[in-house]
Ligand binder design. Structure first.
Ligand code: AMP
Ligand code: MG
Length: 397
């Protein structure tokens, strides 16, 4: 059995390729991964301009003490440019964002001066006051957004400010998803005794979308070898990634590993973790294959640990793993040495201290623990039982 980290490394070394590049209009690029560095074609702001509504003057005209009167020779709304150059003794009325006239280098806010008929009376101020320098935000030619960055509203605004209408992004990795199990029924259908509704296809498709993948839903397959084989072959020819849940442990009807060994390849099938020990990784056709456990918490957790970084890497993202923090355990927790355990936790900030407790019962079938929690509590391999007050690692959802 391999460790969580070995599993992650082995998966990531199998993923060399990234999805192709496509161009999207800015309005459709939210959440997508930038495929090429975005560089500024010009300075932002493009010219020196006024940070306030006021009067542009030359620093040579600034009084060292007392006041001086300057002739107001023009009015400059934002968006218009002063054609001439300021002469000694002159000022230009200027609005926020308007380019600083030639000859001027300092702006007085409107409220700091006295306006006399045709003139303005100014006092001492610092040279360069209230001027935004051309290029102070971004210099022409510099990288504004690195490839591998996920586009948030602010990055999209930044690209728009460079005058671009589209952006190169990676195609979303295509993830084929199916549930296995004779007992698993589609929600909305009648449920016979002994049957359960399919939860995993819903937690997993949401998880796939959240991490930027495109879901191809192949539904539920019964534990029938021929049907499973046919559906998996279909899946392997369709997606960049194939994700199944259920049927990967060692029960009589756990056929996924068997079938995969026949039509694909398995790289590993067990990881020293709890929950989620049975988790198979391999290949089928041209796709990477993940056989996740059937228990709802285990399948979602295995997705977070193994499938998410794989989708991120395939989709060109730079950051593959979430940040981990430390918090004080406010209760004791059972922990077996030799495997990594994950509990669903509730993280709070109280009296200046980050504290975490479990959500209650931690069975791998208790999906409500995922809903009640706001983080994972990560207990490393070498660790034994945790006493209240000890520090533990937490990974916010
Ligand atoms: P298995 O690994 O197939 O034996 O499944 C382990 C447990 O997870 C069993 O109790 C299954 O009924 C349950 N399970 C399997 N698939 C799903 C699913 N799609 N949604 C909810 N529970 C499931
Ligand atoms: Mg099953």
């Amino acid at each position: 059995m391999i460790s969580v980290q070995d599993g992650q490394n082995r998966i990531l070394t199998q993923i060399g390729e990234v999805t192709a590049l496509e161009f999207l209009p800015l309005g459709r690029a939210l959440g997508r991964v930038v495929a090429e560095d975005v560089r500024a074609p010009f300075d932002v702001p493009p010219t020196d301009n006024s940070a306030v509504d006021g009067y542009a003057v030359a620093s040579a005209d600034l009084p060292a003490a007392g006041t001086r009167d300057l002739a107001v020779v023009a009015e400059l709304p934002a968006g218009s440019v002063f054609d001439g150059a300021l002469l000694p003794g002159q000022a230009v009325r200027i609005m926020t964002g308007a380019p600083i006239p030639h000859g001027a280098d300092t702006v007085y806010p409107q409220e700091d001066v006295e306006r006399l008929d045709g003139r303005v009376r100014i006092g001492p101020t610092a040279k360069g006051a209230n001027v935004r320098i051309g290029g102070e935000d971004i210099h022409a030619g510099t990288i504004v957004i690195e490839r591998g960055t996920v586009l948030r509203p602010q990055e999209i605004g930044l690209i728009a400010s460079l005058g671009q209408v589209q952006v190169p992004v990676h195609r979303r990795p295509r993830v084929v998803l199916l549930s296995t199990g004779d007992e698993v029924v589609e929600p909305g259908r009648a449920r016979a005794p002994g049957q359960i509704y399919d939860a995993n296809r819903f937690t997993l498709s949401g998880s796939i979308e959240q991490c930027g993948g495109e879901v191809v839903d192949l539904g539920i397959v019964p534990d029938v070898r021929d049907e499973l084989r046919a559906r998996l072959l279909d899946a392997g020819a369709t997606g960049d990634v194939v994700v199944t849940s259920g049927g990967v442990s060692v029960g009589v009807y756990d056929l996924v590993r068997d079938v995969l060994e026949e039509i694909g390849a398995i790289e590993f099938a067990q990881v020293a973790m709890q929950p989620g020990r049975p988790i198979a990784f391999g290949r089928i056709g041209s796709a990477h294959f993940f056989g996740l456990p059937g228990n709802p918490v285990a399948s979602m957790l295995a997705f977070m640990l193994f499938v998410r970084p794989a989708i991120y890497k395939l989709g060109g993202r730079r950051r593959l793993f979430p940040d981990v923090y430390e918090a004080r355990a406010s209760e004791a927790m059972r922990k077996k040495k030799g495997r990594r355990e994950f509990k669903r936790g509730i993280l709070t900030f109280r009296g200046g201290v980050w504290e975490v407790r479990t959500t209650g019962p931690q069975g791998s079938g208790i999906l409500s623990s995922m809903a009640a929690g706001n983080c994972l509590i990560v207990l490393e391999e070498q660790r034994g039982d945790v006493a209240a007050g000890e520090m533990v690692l937490v990974e916010p959802f």
